[in-house]
Design a protein around this ligand. Structure first.
Ligand code: NAD
Length: 497
């Protein structure tokens, strides 16, 4: 069976006494075994990253940017192979895997501008003969811990910005789809990053804990579910690290009665069921505002859902493929049962879906609930599957209150032709990323990504200017060049007269 190893100091490394199974979600079969590292494996990776740091941080930013340019070209060269590799472990369809990789490359393109992004500020003559300037310097060894659902994009969000800024990096990918991150690390070496600049340690909680407590790791970026994000934030900061920890989500799409319903239904279907709903920016809740809105939506949604093809991830006609594991499939099905038990109306039931020839695959059909209520646990929690829940409100105010009061605050969307309502919504709603007639408002790479409330712990977002702030520290220099001998000692705090 294929073995997936760590990648440390520029080469594969077998280390650790445990392994995990990597499934092919299409067939349900175990396709590979992944090494689970230990605290010692993390030590090896951190030692390699520490060794590489002095030279890499002293490499001028333009040369570091050239490595990022070369990396981008190599990933583009390998796009088809990487997308296939990604789909075979994650289960998302090939076109969606290419989107996963491309969204990561967008951040690499942003990181190519690092010479400009690292420019500091300068004040000439802040006092008599005194100039003040600031510079952004890298932190040292940084680490990233990533979820299964974007095995290319999220690692690139993190290491792209960190490495361009002059840091060296230890990546701990999801144990469910660990192959693509290793390939990305190999391509970084091929692009010209010296050995040790990007290391990958495979594993589970043991590796995460070793990262969070390691004295030589300066910053940790995490993306995953909220309870673990909170734990990572609390443990990492308690050990003196800078931490950003993105968590789970439950994004609402607010549909006002004046919306373009044909378009909204297409947007809802794509964003609720694309990638089998395994996206933190999926839209699993549609809030129908006003009389008759829910009926109009359902009337159009049901035939659209019936037309949708669920298939293997290499099927070009499939809207989405299997979910990542059988454990996750069962969890989604238990949430569907919970919705039924709580009294929501199950309009379309995707449980028990079998794809002919792939009966052991981890498939679930698209599922639709109506009359979902705020008190239901199946609404309050993240399902992370192909399940769309419709809620009904009489007023705009009630609709805005739903995402505002929800424990998660990652993304939200409003569908309307009324600019004034959209503007008020964007201003009022307590959510980090807002779409106006845009169902998946993932910000472009040169803006920043991050939710509110239990969707993100820490103050600094991913990528864009905030990413650069996260992976650098500011130094401010106040300089004077006195002519010599003419000034007395001063015992009071210097002030500008
Ligand atoms: P997860 O929380 O199970 O795993 C994330 C990472 O944490 C993995 O690398 C995993 O190995 C590690 N981990 C798992 N259990 C751990 C433990 N007990 N202690 C320490 N580390 C542990 O998440 P997942 O299932 O891989 O990904 C799906 C989740 O990620 C969803 O909740 C989704 O909303 C969220 N997500 C959030 C964003 C965002 O930007 N807010 C983006 C993508 C995914």
């Amino acid at each position: 069976m294929r073995q997936i190893t760590h990648f440390i100091a520029g080469k594969p490394l077998v280390h650790g006494d445990r392994t995990g199974e990597v499934f092919d979600p299409n067939t349900g079969a175990v396709q590979a075994s992944v090494q689970f590292g230990t605290a010692r494996s993390v030590d090896h990776a951190v030692a390699a990253a520490r060794k590489a740091f002095p030279e890499w941080s002293a490499t001028n930013p333009q040369r570091r940017a050239r490595v990022m340019f070369a990396f981008k070209a190599l990933v583009e060269r390998e796009m088809d192979a990487l997308a296939l590799m990604l789909s075979q472990e994650h289960g998302k369809v090939i076109a969606d895997s290419k989107g996963d990789i491309q969204r990561g490359l967008d951040v690499i393109e942003f990181a190519c501008g690092v010479p400009h992004l690292l420019k500091g500020e300068y004040t000439e003559g802040a006092g008599p003969g005194i100039d003040v300037y600031s510079m952004r310097q890298p932190l040292g060894v940084c680490a990233g811990i990533t979820p299964f659902n974007f095995p290319a994009m999220i690692p690139m969000w993190m290491f792209g910005v960190a490495i361009a800024c002059g840091n060296t990096f230890v990546l701990k990918p999801s144990e469910k789809d660990p192959t693509v991150p290793v390939r990305l690390a190999e391509l970084m070496m091929e692009a010209g990053a010296p050995a040790g600049v990007l290391n990958v340690v495979q594993g589970d909680k043991d590796v995460v804990d070793a990262i969070l407590t390691h004295p030589d790791i300066r910053a940790v970026s995490f993306v995953g579910s909220s309870d673990i994000a909170q734990y990572v934030y609390a443990t990492g900061t308690a050990h003196g690290k800078r931490v950003q920890a993105m968590g789970g989500a439950k994004n609402h799409g607010i549909v006002l009665p004046d919306a373009d319903f044909d378009q909204v239904v297409k947007d809802l279907v794509g964003s609720a069921f694309g990638s089998a709903g395994e996206r933190c920016m999926a839209l699993p809740v549609a809030v129908a505002v006003g009389k008759g809105t829910a009926e109009q939506l359902i009337e159009r949604l049901e035939p659209e859902m019936a037309r949708m093809k669920v298939g293997v991830s290499t099927d070009p006609d499939a809207a989405y493929g299997p979910v990542v594991t059988d454990v996750h499939r069962k969890k989604i099905e238990s949430y569907i049962q919970m919705g039924v038990d709580e009294g929501a109306t199950l309009r379309v039931d995707g449980r028990g879906f079998k794809l002919q020839g792939y009966e052991q695959g981890f498939f679930i059909g698209p599922t639709l609930f109506d009359h979902v209520k705020p008190a239901m646990k199946s609404y309050q929690e993240e399902i992370f599957g192909p399940v769309l829940q419709i809620m009904r409100t009489d007023s705009f105010e009630e609709a805005v209150a739903l995402p505002t009061n929800h424990q998660y605050g990652n993304g939200v969307a409003i569908f309307t032709r009324n600019g004034r309502a959209a503007r008020e919504f964007a201003s009022q709603v307590q959510v980090g990323m807002v779409g106006i007639n845009v169902p998946i408002p993932v910000p472009v790479a040169y803006h920043t990504f991050g939710g509110w409330k239990r969707s993100a712990f820490g103050d600094v977002n991913q990528h864009g200017p905030e990413g650069v702030r996260f992976y650098t520290k500011i130094k401010t220099i106040t300089a004077r060049w006195p002519e010599g001998g003419g000034e007395e000692s001063s015992f009071v705090i210097p002030t500008m007269k």
